[in-house]
Structure formats: structure tokens, C-alpha cells
Design a protein around this ligand. Structure first.
Ligand SMILES: *[C@@H]1O[C@H](CO)[C@@H](O)[C@H](O)[C@H]1NC(C)=O
Ligand SMILES: *[C@@H]1O[C@H](CO)[C@@H](O)[C@H](O)[C@H]1NC(C)=O
Length: 200
């Protein structure tokens, strides 16, 4: 297995998305996987996804391909607005979940996460990459959830509470421009509307 160096990933994801790829030279479908990653690095995520989906039809049990699907979906999610972003992130998490299973992990024992805590992947294994990507995708989904709640509070002119939620969202996804810009808006509204007595 070969994990792309972080600098390459940064290019692939035009930000600090720290998702890792599984590029096993001997795995079935490796050539298609590499081609897809090249498309992704050029910023053509749609084409990468097409290539991966085609390859997955032939190599249904490839953890590497499934993992690349997740990374590509997260890349697509990054530049999307709230509703579609959520859908893409859910789909990415689903792909990482499948990757974990294909890499020999188990689904975990429900919400308690006991199963996952017991899972000790070998260092540098496909499973380790899959679990890390799964955890990261969950974090980004949580950020999206907080962002949505923040927007709801903003619509009710509850800017302080909105700002608190958006700050948490920003902690979970520091490089998400949507969250950063929402936070800026809410802080601005809080400052201007308050000082003009708008909310009193
Ligand atoms: C992925 O797996 C996690 C933990 O095993 C679970 O909580 C989540 O609902 C799953 N999500 C999807 C979209 O499959
Ligand atoms: C909102 O405005 C109040 C009053 O001007 C200020 O004390 C508070 O720090 C502001 N909160 C945020 C999150 O900007």
C-alpha cells in the first residue's frame, strides 16, 4: 500500500482536507484508481467519479477504489452549498464505511462505538486509512450539522447563539469557506443590529 504524500493530497483537495488514498500497486483496478486520482488532482472530480464507478463494477470488492470514491465525494462536497454538501458528505461517509468493511474491519456495534474502539488496525494498513477517513468524514458531517443549526438561529435573529454554533462548526472543519463566511455574517449582524437597537 502507498499513501500519497500530504502535499499531493493538498493539491487534490485544494485545501486542508486530510483524506488519504489507498494506492496499492498490486490491487485489482489499480490502473483505473490511479487514472481517477490524476483526474481528481486536475480538479475534475466528476470525471474521477465516473472512472471509479466504472472500475468498481469490475472490481466490486476493491477497498482502494471504494476509498477513492469517498475522497472524491468529499472533494465535491467542499465547494457545494449546504443541502447538496450534506448529501455528498453522507455519500462519502457511506463509501468510507464500505471501505472499512472491505479492508477487513467490522461495522462497529452501533452508537456506542465499542466495536470500533476494539479495532486495532495494523500501522500503515488499508484499514487504518479507511478508519481515519471515516472518522474525518464524520467530523465534517458534524460541522455541516452545526452550520445548518447556526443558519436556523440566524434566521431567528439569534446571532450570538448562531455564532457560538458556527465557531464549533469551524473547529470541526477549519478550512470550510462556507462556515467561515457564515460566521463572519453572523458576527457582523450581531454587531450592527445590536448597536442600532434592532434586536431590543
Ligand atoms: C457509517 O458508519 C457509522 C459507524 O459505523 C454509522 O454511524 C453511520 O450511520 C454510517 N453511515 C453511512 C452513511 O453509512
Ligand atoms: C454580540 O454583540 C454583543 C453586544 O454588542 C457583544 O457583547 C457580543 O460579544 C457579540 N457577540 C458576538 C459573537 O460577536
Amino acid at each position: 500500500m502507498f499513501i500519497l504524500p500530504a502535499s499531493l493530497l493538498l493539491v487534490a483537495c485544494s485545501g486542508a482536507l486530510e483524506f488519504s488514498l489507498i494506492l496499492d500497486q498490486d490491487a485489482p483496478g489499480h490502473k483505473q484508481n490511479e487514472a481517477a486520482v490524476r483526474a481528481l488532482q486536475k480538479g475534475d472530480a466528476e470525471r474521477a467519479l465516473q472512472k471509479l464507478q466504472k472500475a468498481l463494477k469490475r472490481h466490486v470488492t476493491s477497498a482502494a477504489l471504494q476509498n477513492s470514491v469517498g475522497v472524491t465525494l468529499m472533494y465535491l462536497a467542499k465547494s457545494r452549498q449546504t443541502a447538496l454538501k450534506d448529501k455528498l458528505q453522507q455519500a462519502a461517509l457511506h463509501a468510507f464505511n464500505r471501505t472499512v468493511l472491505l479492508a477487513g474491519g467490522s461495522e462497529g456495534l452501533g452508537k456506542g462505538g465499542k466495536g470500533r474502539a476494539k479495532m486495532q488496525p495494523r500501522k500503515g494498513s488499508d484499514l487504518e486509512v479507511a478508519l481515519a477517513n471515516q472518522a474525518l468524514a464524520e467530523r465534517y458531517l458534524e460541522a455541516s450539522r452545526l452550520n445548518r443549526l447556526g443558519i436556523e438561529l440566524d434566521l431567528q435573529n439569534r446571532w450570538e447563539e448562531a455564532a457560538a454554533l458556527l465557531r464549533e462548526a469551524q473547529k470541526a472543519a477549519p478550512d470550510d469557506p462556507l462556515i467561515t463566511s457564515n460566521l463572519g455574517t453572523v458576527i457582523y449582524k450581531n454587531a450592527t443590529h445590536r448597536s442600532s437597537g434592532w434586536n431590543e
